[in-house]
Design a protein around this ligand. Sequence first.
Ligand code: FE2
Length: 90
Amino acid sequence: MGAWVVYMPARLWYSWHHHPGEEMYLILAGQAEFLRKGHAPETLCEGDTVQHESNQPHAAETHDSPLMAYVVWRNGFRTKPVLTPPEMLS
Ligand SMILES: [Fe+2]
């Protein structure tokens, strides 16, 4: 298991990617739009959480506000994320 704090500046596009590690974001401040394959986009704010299953493609985008989040990974921690090719998103 690993955990860290992430800061995303305003107007950041965090590209579609996936990884074996299961991932959970707890939003500490700000807001961002989170995208997960198989789900409608969600705008998350302070106190909200989102979970990414193992190898589930996901992305995030900040708009006018930056975002700070506490991120926890479980399993697959030693395998780095890879960008998700467009054919995996349809
Ligand atoms: Fe991720």
